[in-house]
Design a protein around this ligand. Sequence first.
Ligand code: HPA
Ligand code: ZN
Length: 332
Amino acid sequence: MIKLIEKLPKAELHLHIEGSLEPELMFELAKRNNIKIPYKNIEDVKNAYNFTNLQSFLDIYYAGANVLITKQDFYDLTWAYILKCVENNIIHTEIFFDPQTHTQRGIAFETIISGIVEALKDAKEKFGITTAIIMCFLRHLSQDDALKTLEEALAYKKYILGVGLDSSEIGNPPSKFEQVFKKAKEQGFRLVAHAGEEGDVSYIFEALDLLDIQRIDHGVQSIKSDSLMKRLKKEQIPLTVCPNSNIELKVFENYAQHNIKELLDYGLNVTINSDDPAYFKGYLNQNFINLYENLDLSKDDIIQLVKNSFNSSFISEDLKKEYIKRVEEIVK
Ligand code: HPA
Ligand code: ZN
């Protein structure tokens, strides 16, 4: 089965590009840009990746992003992830970036987006990988800050397919961002939001009803509401589930306790994703393998999860068909 997992072409729909910054590249960029980081060596970094909840991770994740300064840095970061896509057989990826993490430090929006875009262009040319960019608002900051970020992003609209919402969930409900999502929708952006990672089901209801999102990032708390489960099933609203992340951030105690198999068996449209793979011990295939080894996932479950990833993506119906045909060719 592990061979099959590796061979299957896959889509990734929940990946923070800043979360793909490996310690080796962090050191290289710190040196290149003369930035101090609070680690002596790579071993030291890895020891620091010992999280107790979402916030304990975010503190370290934002500190890591401080080494990203130039367009070349954003290119190198993105390119390193693209090479992981090749290794993991990811043929389509929709990546998140957090502009406010960088603009707050005085990095220009142009610098960030142009480095990412150039690497994604090369990914298409060299490997045929298709991509999209989703800009996330940091929910611990104000809606006004998000509105300013949206305004700034309009100059780069052709590169940005959608907007999302990430960072500290509890205490920062979707209702805080109703206006900015309404504006983003008017501008034609696709809409997604992190909801129900640590937050209760009210965060998921708000994301659906107030922000009008098309995909729920995480959403694993849905299981606590029958009416929500029924609605998610009926409307086939995708959940971008991130197993390694959920274990590392203690949303579930271990892989055997993860509820993805229950969500799948109930008939929800769930997908598997890596979230912040440099921080959560592995890229996409490792997420599949960890679930396979600890839950009763069948071959059909794995194929379903992979097909869901293409069907839940923002690509055209024709491209979905083409990609799913490539999946079927592997499994026949
Ligand atoms: N949740 C919220 N914010 C994030 C995450 C996450 O899993 N990863 C990066 N930013
Ligand atoms: Zn995430």
